[in-house]
Design a protein around this ligand. Structure first.
Ligand code: CMC
Length: 392
């Protein structure tokens, strides 16, 4: 019909109004609830940013303490849910393990599935936030073949996350403050990014009034692809490939510019930012600090920096306004911390969770929400008559 607009990838279509996150892609500005990402990354914590995104305001000390206490109380997953991880193949990718586990939360926690009851929405919010790090670590321990470490609720969410990933069962875990600070900051930098592919997926699934767990597990699946969250592990694979081939960065860049099939400069480019991604600028600084102190991965950091330098001076990238995005330097930090490459996108998901939840809650409360149902331009056959099989 005349009323249908064709907009592949919804590049020019606002699917919702939202008060959560503001991006100015030309200026490289990102703000949550009005606070700049630089200010939050420097001064806030992941738990506080989660509160800010979900409830709309920075918490008072009392509100923060009560939120934090609730999160600590809900970190453990049901034993039967934990047993899923015994059944997954040892060499499976952790992302589907995580999305399947979140999906399964709809079966284990049935007392909080209503999308109309505020208390139930809040309980499912807390359960998800608290259990997601535990679930992520279960996936990590599975792929690493290591025994499960249970959460220690004297630790905060980020310290606990490091413990369940890198600690030993029944032993106290000594938190490395530098690593905890870096992890906390990385989670803040991933916490929300308005209507990206995974967030739009969460909203789309939720618009049918599917419950929070169902909607978020769909978001995890959308995040998994290499053009979205999967880019962070793809960057490291790209750096390793360049390094092993001994061809050097220039030769690889020629392949990118020749648009060889499947060859892109991963970690570069963004639908909205036509300027330096403000998150990438902060992460680049952290990458130097962490890698200097924690490992000898400097060679890879040097390679990444020379790719960036070549790109920023090259007409191909300049004409298309392609700059490093959030995923360009994160993998190097995760590697230095000791995470296997296939866990990187799971780390993105742990960080993005508060944003997905905030956006889902905004969607479910918005009187203007309608079921997500895009239109199409039909390009198939006109009407034709059925042909019996013997005559085809
Ligand atoms: N390397 C080489 N060329 C690129 C790249 C890249 N990374 N990104 C875009 N281009 C080119 C693209 O080929 C096209 O060229 P032309 O105009 O000649 O056809 C032009 O730039 C515009 O690209 P597009 O694909 O139309 O842009 P988009 O807005 O649809 O896609 C993107 C955005 C992020 C999917 C894309 O830039 C990309 O594939 N980047 C690499 C993957 C990546 O790093 N993803 C992470 C995104 S940020 C965080 C997140 O969401 O996880």
């Amino acid at each position: 019909t005349g009323r249908v607009t064709y907009d592949p990838g919804f590049a020019n279509t606002a699917s919702t109004s939202s008060a959560v996150t503001y991006i100015d892609g030309d200026e490289g500005i990102l703000r949550h609830r009005g606070y700049s990402i630089e200010d939050l990354a420097e001064n806030s914590t992941f738990v506080e940013v989660a509160y800010l995104l979900i409830y709309g305001e920075l918490p008072t000390q009392e509100q923060l303490d009560s939120f934090d206490a609730r999160l600590r109380r809900h970190t453990i997953v049901h034993e039967d849910l934990r047993r899923f991880f015994q059944a997954f193949p040892y060499d499976a990718h952790p992302m589907p393990m995580v999305s399947a586990s979140i999906m399964a939360m709809s079966t284990f926690y049935q007392d909080n599935l209503s999308v109309f009851d505020d208390e139930q929405i809040d309980l499912s919010t807390i359960r998800l936030l608290a259990k997601m790090p535990t679930i992520a670590a279960l996936a990590h321990r599975k792929v690493a073949g290591l025994p499960v470490v249970h959460p220690d609720n004297s630790l905060n969410i980020v310290e606990n996350f490091l413990r369940v990933n890198f600690g030993f069962p029944s032993e106290p875990y000594e938190v490395d403050p530098l690593m905890a600070k870096a992890m906390d900051q990385l989670f803040i930098l991933h916490a929300d990014h308005e209507q990206n592919c995974s967030t739009s997926t969460v909203r789309m699934v939720g618009s049918s009034q599917a419950n929070l767990f169902q909607s978020i597990s769909a978001g995890v699946n959308a995040l998994a692809g290499p053009l979205h969250g999967g880019a962070n592990s793809a960057v490291l694979e790209m750096l390793e490939e360049i390094s092993e081939s001994h061809d050097g960065p220039q030769k690889f860049m020629e392949r990118v510019k020749n648009k060889e099939q499947g060859v892109r400069l991963m970690g570069f480019g963004h639908r909205v930012y036509k300027n330096y991604d403000p998150r990438a600028a902060i992460i680049k600084k952290t990458a130097h600090e962490i890698i200097d102190q924690m490992s000898g991965a400097d060679e890879m950091l040097d390679l990444a920096m020379s790719l960036e330098e070549i790109a920023l001076a090259d007409d191909y990238f300049v004409e298309r306004s392609l700059y490093p995005n959030v995923d360009f330097y994160t993998g190097l930090i995760y590697k230095a911390m000791g995470f296997p490459t296939n866990m990187f996108t799971v780390l993105f998901a742990v960080g993005r969770l508060p944003g997905w939840i905030a956006q889902w809650r905004e969607m479910i409360k918005d009187p203007e929400t309608k079921i997500g149902r895009p239109r199409q331009i039909y390009t198939g056959e006109p009407e034709r008559k059925y042909v019996p099989i013997a005559e085809r």
